[in-house]
Every structure is written in C-alpha cells, then in structure tokens.
Ligand binder design. Structure first.
Ligand code: FE2
Length: 310
C-alpha cells in the first residue's frame, strides 16, 4: 500500500466514504471483499456502541417480535463493530443465510442473485460518529443491525430468496425479446417495480401484529433512531395495506423520512406477496409501471442483460 493511502486508512479507519481500503477495492472493481477488521478505528467501534445502545428502547417498543428474537440469536457485541464471521456462525444454522462483505454499491441483478444464494451483500464501513442519524449510504449498522436479525426468520429468509427468483425470471424474459428498445423499456420497468417492492417491504415495511399493534420489520426503520418512532406514531404518515399494484407504482425518495408506508399482515403474507410478484413479472404486469424514482442505472440494466445472456 502506498504511504499516502496508508495514512488515510489509519486516520479514518473504516468510516463511510472515507475508507481508503474500500476506495481501492472499488478502483480495482472488486465487489466482494473481506472485512479488514484491524482497520476499524477506536472511534468506529465507539460509534457502533453508541448506535446500538440508543436503539434498544426503541426496538422494544416498535420492532416486530421476530426481529427481537433474531437480535437475541445473533449476540451482537455492545462495545465494538461485529465480525461478520461471528454473525454467520449464529445465523447460517437457522436459515442458511450469510452476511457477505462488499465494497459498496452492488448492481441490481447481482444483489438479487446473492439473495437467491442466501448471501446478503453487507457493507463493512460505519457512519461518521458525528452523524448518527439516517444516511442515504448503507453502512454496517444499517446492514447488520437493521437487516440481519430478520434473516434468522425462515419465512422472511424465504421471501428474500423469492426476490432473487423474480430477478432471474425478469432477466430470462428480457433475453427473449428481440427488439432492443422494447427489451430495455420492459426491463427498466421491471427493475423499478422490484426496487419499489423491496423498498416498501424489506427496507421500510410495517406489519400488523397478532394483537393488532403496528410494528416495523423494514431495516431502514429498524436502523433509524428517529424514523422508527416516526413511522409508527406520526399522524402525518400514510400507512396503507400492502397491495402490489399500489406499491410497484409508488415512487420513493431516499433522503428524507418516508411519507407513505405499506403494511403486511405477517411474514407468510410477505412471502405470498413475493411469490405473487414473480407471477406479475411472468404475466407482463410489471412492464408499464409509473415512471419516477428510483432511477434505474446503466449498470443495473447491464447486470440483468448479462445474466439473461448466460
Ligand atoms: Fe438496506
């Protein structure tokens, strides 16, 4: 490693957007990396501890019970950033899922395909200690404390695998469309629809519990001190029943609290919806969803086209 890069790594540890190790991996085009645990700074570990400590009371009040059970099963360390191998030792026997370290953004198809193999692309950097609130970039607190406890639940884990199967179906269908323009148009619509479904369930989903209480299961809520309470209690939030037709046509923005959320009845319901999503793809019912956010990038499209070409 060059001296300049070394001093940057030593100075900022594995802080989001400031980690030289990650910048180098990305410059090399490496998506899958190892978790360079020795690079975490004392401040990185302290940030993890502060993020975790303040969430417990909120999780007790607002998280669904399967999340709370998952949290218990994982034994997340209170005072330091967790090692992904430690987490996987607890998680893999339960549902087969493993957290796999990545250098950052993973193109859409590659991401969904990982889920199909029961691998969860996991960010290893952690947010700057001076900004504990929600940030648009994922970090290890969002990925591990927000997502991973849910991966210990069988129905939830199976629903994630269904996303991977939906993506495979979309890639396969696109590969059979001869007209290039039509192929890209439909694929763009399918990817946008899947991203919205994923966002309003896995990232920001709410669930009506057995006693009728509203609880969060979405990782974006479960990793946000402010938005978790807001999502459940704020009168301004529109909480609608989760219907595929509505969700896939609902644009979202990632840089502020969500004004509209969708509610499922349970994890079996979520699994049934993910199952139905694949039927919608096969039937062409996601070929013309409303435009708008999220944007579908060139690399997202390419990832699907390359998968379909295999
Ligand atoms: Fe996420």
């Amino acid at each position: 490693m060059a001296p300049a890069a070394h001093s940057l790594a030593a100075g900022s540890g594995l802080t989001t957007t400031k980690a030289a190790f990650i910048e180098q991996a990305r410059a090399h085009g490496d998506v899958y990396i190892h978790q360079p645990y020795e690079l975490y700074s004392a401040e990185n570990h302290a940030t993890w501890g502060r993020l975790l400590a303040r969430m417990h009371e909120r999780w007790e009040r607002f998280a669904n019970h399967r999340y709370l059970q998952g949290l218990e099963a994982l034994h997340l360390p209170a005072e330091r950033v967790p090692r992904l191998e430690e987490i996987n030792r607890f998680m893999q026997p339960l549902t087969g899922f493993v957290a796999r370290p990545v250098s950052g953004y993973v193109p859409s198809y590659v991401f969904f395909d990982c889920l199909r193999r029961r691998e969860f692309p996991t960010t290893v950097t952690i947010r700057d200690g001076s900004h504990l609130e929600y940030l648009p970039e994922p970090d290890i607190f969002h990925d591990v404390a927000g997502h991973v406890p849910m991966h210990t639940d069988r129905a939830f884990a199976d629903a994630l695998v269904r996303f991977g199967e939906c993506a495979a179906a979309a890639a396969e269908i696109a590969s059979r469309i001869a007209d290039e323009h039509e192929k890209l148009r439909r694929l763009t619509s399918n990817i946008r629809a899947m991203s919205r479904f994923f966002w309003f369930s896995i990232e920001f989903g709410l669930m009506r519990g057995a006693e009728g209480a509203l609880k969060a299961y979405g990782s974006g809520l479960l990793s946000s001190f402010g938005e978790l309470e807001h999502a459940i209690l704020a009168p301004a939030v529109d909480r609608a029943p989760f219907e595929i037709a509505r969700v896939v046509n609902q644009p979202f923005e990632i840089d502020h609290y969500q004004p509209r959320l969708f509610v499922v009845d349970g994890f079996d319901h979520l699994y049934a919806l993910a199952d139905e999503l694949e039927d919608w793809i096969v039937q062409g019912r996601l070929d013309d969803v409303a435009g708008g956010d999220p944007p579908v990038s060139e690399s997202d499209l390419r990832s699907f086209l390359e998968a379909g070409a295999v």
